[in-house]
Design a protein around this ligand. Structure first.
Ligand code: FES
Length: 113
């Protein structure tokens, strides 16, 4: 694992997300009641900023057109959606959120492999 320190936990309030750009990669880190989950920030529909979406259970609702994506798997909540998001391993150590930016994966790509 290749952990990158991102921010202190208090910078991502419960039930909110925050965008982080590192190089060409933009991710969104969410605080789901103390559990931190990370996905790509750009909605696969038309690029909506998922960091600004509302959290519903363990899903985020895209702020542009309302599509739901599971924050644990990156999968769309409706079976008919054609694309999913990459998710990234995330953990907390000493009050710091860490993300492995090199270990992102998409469930749909894994299934097709
Ligand atoms: S851009 Fe996200 S649902 Fe359309």
């Amino acid at each position: 694992m290749n952990w990158t320190k991102i921010t202190r936990v208090e910078n991502i309030p419960p039930r909110e997300g925050r965008p982080v750009r590192i190089g060409n990669l933009e991710i969104a880190i969410f605080n789901v009641n103390g559990r931190f989950l990370t996905i790509e920030n750009s909605c696969p529909h038309r690029g909506g900023p998922l960091c600004d979406g509302i959290i519903s259970g363990t899903a985020v609702v895209c702020p542009l057109h309302g599509r739901h994506f599971d924050l644990e798997t990156g999968m769309p909540m409706r079976v008919s959606e054609p694309a999913c998001l990459a998710t990234f391993p995330t953990r907390v150590e000493d009050g710091i959120v860490l993300v492995d930016l090199t270990a992102g994966h998409r469930v749909m790509e894994d299934a097709a492999a």
